[in-house]
Design a protein around this ligand. Structure first.
Ligand code: PFF
Length: 449
């Protein structure tokens, strides 16, 4: 049954919206800082393996669930396998999305401050140490940090309440390729810096002794974060896909593009890190320290910097829109409340999480959860627990419980295309590789090894 649904994306724009969801701060802010903290090359290798063995199969699973029913997770599972307890996990997705979007908005707030400072001319012209201090001063000043975060959330919910996501997505369709081109320009610039090859060595020469279990967990969580997996986002988005869209091709293309953007971001950042004699393991502040240093040595640095932060803003807002849609669509579909009400409830919850996260470097820096401040805790738990758990459930559900015909019909569009080795490959990954890999990670959390 195809319900008529009003929502964020037109059927036509749904694939573009999915790319918009995938490409964001996860690729440009989180991937480089995580790679830097985990020794570079070996982390990236594990990351790539996770994309191929877990990411693409789980992305296809979410697409299969969403497109076959045109419903969000709970309704979809009820339709595909009536009475199945798996639908309970839609709550995990909703909670995960609320928490992730909360702390993610804080980073979006930082992006706005950097955009503002680029435009008023105060960003450039400092030493790398001063950039580090600038960042510390931003996150250490509660008013500034909270204000930018609230401004970002306001814009996010304004777009959602006006139903102008389509417009934003259309803008993003222009902005994304531009961001891509800009990253290539920055890559060339970084590669021309003296000492850049040390950065390339760091990125592409795996040193497994620096990885450890922490690196493996981080790489896996990052693959899920970057591809927007495990929180039902892609189920919701693919519920708007047209029946003739090609799920296998789309999942591979989206994953490849997303991974490419992350790698390009790495090639922009690390040659510069080594060339300027900075530390790769600076943590969440990494790009905010390096990028201004890069821009200011480029001719026309101010223009590059404004352009970059504008594009990054668009890449980020298309991701937060998709995160916000998860609870909104869920409440509308499940509790039959109006979209407006669902939006307000989502906005209130996210704002609370965001403000707490924004304050975690200043007023609330003393509040620790498992030895981490609130922001760092959410940045860990969101991808490494919520998304992995959601991914595990999706893999088991589609791999073991969903009828083979549904999978086959979705992958081949009712037999129109051949699925070749793809279907057995993804079923194998979903049945065995993903559950075993994710369960090992959860055992690691319990301290078994
Ligand atoms: N994939 C986005 C990024 O890399 O920035 C973040 C994200 C969006 C995660 C949507 C989860 C999600 F549902």
């Amino acid at each position: 049954m195809k319900e008529k649904r009003t929502g964020f994306a037109t059927r036509l724009g749904a694939i573009a919206a999915t790319v918009g969801s995938a490409v964001g701060l996860g690729n440009i802010w989180r991937f480089p800082y995580q790679a830097g903290e985990n020794g570079g090359g070996a982390y990236i290798l594990v990351y790539l393996i996770c994309v191929v063995l877990l990411g693409i199969p789980i992305m296809m699973s979410e697409f299969i669930i969403g497109r076959s029913t045109h419903k969000s997770m709970k309704g979809a599972i009820q339709e595909l396998t009536p009475g199945s307890p798996f639908k309970i996990f839609s709550y995990v997705g909703v909670l995960g999305a609320l928490l992730i979007c909360g702390y993610y908005s804080v980073v979006c707030g930082w992006v706005i401050e950097y955009l503002w400072n680029s435009a008023d001319g105060t960003l450039l012209g400092h030493t790398p140490e001063q950039y580090s201090d600038m960042f510390e001063s931003l996150v250490g000043t509660p008013q500034r940090c909270v204000l930018w975060t609230l401004l970002f959330l306001f814009l996010n919910f304004l777009v959602l309440s006006r139903g102008i996501q389509k417009g934003v997505e259309r803008m993003a369709n222009i902005m994304m390729p531009l961001l891509f081109i800009l990253l290539i320009v920055f890559c060339i610039n970084s590669l021309m810096l003296t000492g850049s090859m040390k950065g390339m060595d760091f990125l592409f020469n795996p040193k497994f002794e620096e990885l450890g279990w922490k690196g493996v967990v981080d790489a896996m969580g990052q693959a899920f974060m970057s591809l927007s997996l495990g929180v039902t986002c892609l189920i919701t988005y693919s519920s708007y896909f047209k029946d003739d869209s090609r799920l296998m091709k789309d999942a591979v293309t989206i994953s490849a593009l997303d991974t490419l953007v992350a790698i390009l971001a790495g090639i922009v950042i690390f040659p510069a890190v080594f060339s300027f004699g900075l530390e790769p393991n600076a943590g969440p502040k990494l790009i905010f320290e390096i990028l201004p240093t890069i821009f200011q040595q480029m001719p026309g640095g101010m223009v590059w910097s404004i352009l970059f932060f504008v594009l990054l803003f668009f890449a980020s807002i298309t991701s937060t829109i998709s995160l916000s849609e998860i609870p909104i669509t869920f409440m509308v579909d499940e509790y039959k409340i109006s979209r407006g009400k669902a939006l307000i409830i989502t906005a209130v919850f996210m704002t609370i999480v965001a403000v707490l996260s924004a304050l975690s470097f200043s007023t609330l820096s003393g509040v620790k959860l498992f030895e981490k401040n609130i922001f760092d805790f959410l940045d860990y738990v969101g991808p490494n627990i919520f998304m992995l758990l959601g991914g595990l459930v999706t893999a088991i559900y589609v791999g073991w419980f969903l009828k083979k015909e549904v999978i086959h019909n979705q992958l081949t569009n009712g037999g129109k295309y051949r699925s070749g080795f793809v279907q057995p490959y993804i079923i194998f990954c979903l049945r065995f590789i993903a559950p075993i890999a994710i369960i090992i990670i959860f055992l690691y959390y319990t301290g078994v090894f």
